[in-house]
Design a protein around this ligand. Structure first.
Ligand SMILES: C[S@@+](CC[C@H](N)C(=O)[O-])C[C@H]1O[C@@H](n2cnc3c(N)ncnc32)[C@H](O)[C@@H]1O
Length: 458
């Protein structure tokens, strides 16, 4: 109660505060004089200084097409064109009054012909033309949007979010802006609020320990997961090189094997920045090392491979091809607690995938699903949740799976963070239930077992 009272006091001083509670409700204190909006996401304008910072952070220039999703009075769209010379800027806004206001503001700014304000629901509109997307929505809307951003935006597209993060998808850059106006504050206090491994994590967002707003920037990464093969030329022939990459959003890990005159294997440390991929093997016995720096385009990676052997480095123009995979099918494995078999069904629809999680005779959609090229990543909160109580399993919690297709199976890692009360653990004090993190192998089964009698929609 104390916290709520403090926020109300703050809202009186600063104008607007929105609170999410563990029940998922928004308590919204809209700015005086603003329209009520028709969504659970309230209208709160980004301070003009912070709007400039967002566009600066995204490095907007005359080549860019900027989309502000939930564009309010149009200030970000107008600033993108007027102050950063964006080729085009588009606002999508659900409130018709704000659309009218934005169009008037664009006329007044003299840039009406270079901007567009589309009335409608940002979750349903097409924004694949964007090279920059700006957001000031909330934690949950960001999480809801991220699979669509991954599937429809080109690698390298910049996403800038005022205040709110993307859960376990950590930002590539964060800027603290010392705006005197607070804007929105999202507080969701739930069992996973401070767990950096799951989408509920809010650790990147604003806290009460500072007066700063935060702005975060992400680059949409290329799809790099899978098995890549290329040849390394040596004076008397060539060596086969196989790189295996696992991907979770922007995070890439992997291993390599080189077979030839020298047989080397080991881990690679990788960085992915849009379609720019760099990886290096751990130096083998202090002598041999592979270092790649290049770009990924669909199933080809191309760039420079530096091979260091016995103190000598050769730099080669190098390319590798990814083994083609088919992710569709019903993938079955034993649940984290080992009691029963569960299935992830992956189907192709239009130009993307839809995934469904099946447990016994129940099924739930897996909306947070990513095709990473040669593999997949998904997250799903199983069991009763703050959004409306899915009843699928008694042993609920966050389930995260990452795997690539290898020898006809999905292989990677499964993580399960059980819901449940904190328990006393001797000298360690109160601890949340222990996560289960283990290697994951899912095999393709002919079809998911039994008829699905209970589809539970979100
Ligand atoms: C916090 S305001 C941000 C306004 C503007 N982007 C800014 O930063 O100044 C969020 C805006 O999103 C709009 N909005 C909420 N839900 C929406 C939806 N489903 N589709 C489109 N706009 C939506 C609201 O009406 C509101 O104007």
């Amino acid at each position: 109660m104390k916290r709520t009272r403090t926020l109300k006091e703050l809202s009186a001083v600063f104008g607007a505060v929105a609170i999410t509670t563990s029940l998922g409700a928004w308590t919204c204190y809209a700015q005086p004089g603003t329209s009520p909006g028709r969504s659970t996401i309230p209208y709160v304008a980004t301070h003009s200084d912070a709007a400039q910072d967002m566009l600066w952070m995204a490095n907007v220039d005359k080549e860019d097409v900027v989309y502000d999703l939930g564009s309010g009075d149009g200030r970000i769209v107008i600033a993108a064109t007027r102050d950063f010379s964006a080729r085009r800027a588009v606002g999508i806004e659900i409130d018709p009054q704000l659309i009218l206001e934005s169009r008037r503001n664009a006329e007044d700014a003299g840039i009406a012909e270079r901007v567009e304000f589309l009335p409608g629901d940002l979750f349903k509109q097409d924004f694949r033309q964007a090279t920059v997307v700006t957001l000031f929505l909330g934690h949950d809307p960001n999480i809801k949007l991220r699979p669509k951003m991954f599937s429809s935006l080109k690698p390298g597209t910049r996403i800038v979010s005022h205040q709110f993060g993307m859960g376990e998808w950590g930002p590539d850059k964060t800027l603290r802006v010392r705006t005197p106006v607070l804007g929105m504050i999202g507080i969701h206090v739930g069992p996973f609020t401070f767990n950096p491994h799951v989408p509920d994590y809010v650790g990147n967002e604003r806290h009460f320990d500072s007066n700063d707003d935060r702005i975060h920037c992400w680059l949409i990464p290329a799809r790099v997961s899978g098995i890549w093969r290329g040849k390394i030329k040596i004076p008397d022939g060539s060596m086969d090189c196989r790189i295996i990459l696992h991907q979770r959003l922007s995070k890439v890990t992997g291993t390599f094997e080189v077979n030839g005159t020298t047989d080397l294997t080991g881990n690679v440390e990788a960085e992915l920045w849009g379609d720019h991929l760099r990886f290096a093997s751990t130096p083998y016995a202090g002598r041999s090392q592979l270092r790649f720096d290049g770009h990924v385009h669909e199933n080809t990676m191309r760039g420079t491979l530096a091979v260091t052997e016995q103190g000598k480095t050769r730099e080669l123009q190098w390319q590798a091809q990814r083994e083609p995979v088919d992710l569709t099918g019903a993938w079955e494995w034993s649940y984290a607690t080992g009691e029963r078999m569960v299935t992830l069904r992956v189907e192709r629809r239009d130009d993307g995938f839809i995934a469904t999680y099946l447990d016994g005779r129940q099924s739930i959609p897996v909306t947070d699903f990513y095709d990473h090229g040669g593999g997949l990543y998904f997250t799903r909160l199983i069991g009763p949740d703050r959004h409306g109580g899915l009843r699928i399993a008694k042993d609920g919690g966050w389930l995260l799976g990452e795997g690539i297709m290898e020898d006809g199976q999905l292989k990677g890692q499964m993580e399960f963070y059980p819901s449940g009360r904190m328990a006393f653990e001797g000298t360690g004090g109160m601890k949340p239930p222990k996560p289960i993190v283990r290697d994951w192998t899912a095999r393709r089964v002919e079809s998911s077992r039994g008829p699905i009698i209970e589809e539970i929609q979100q």
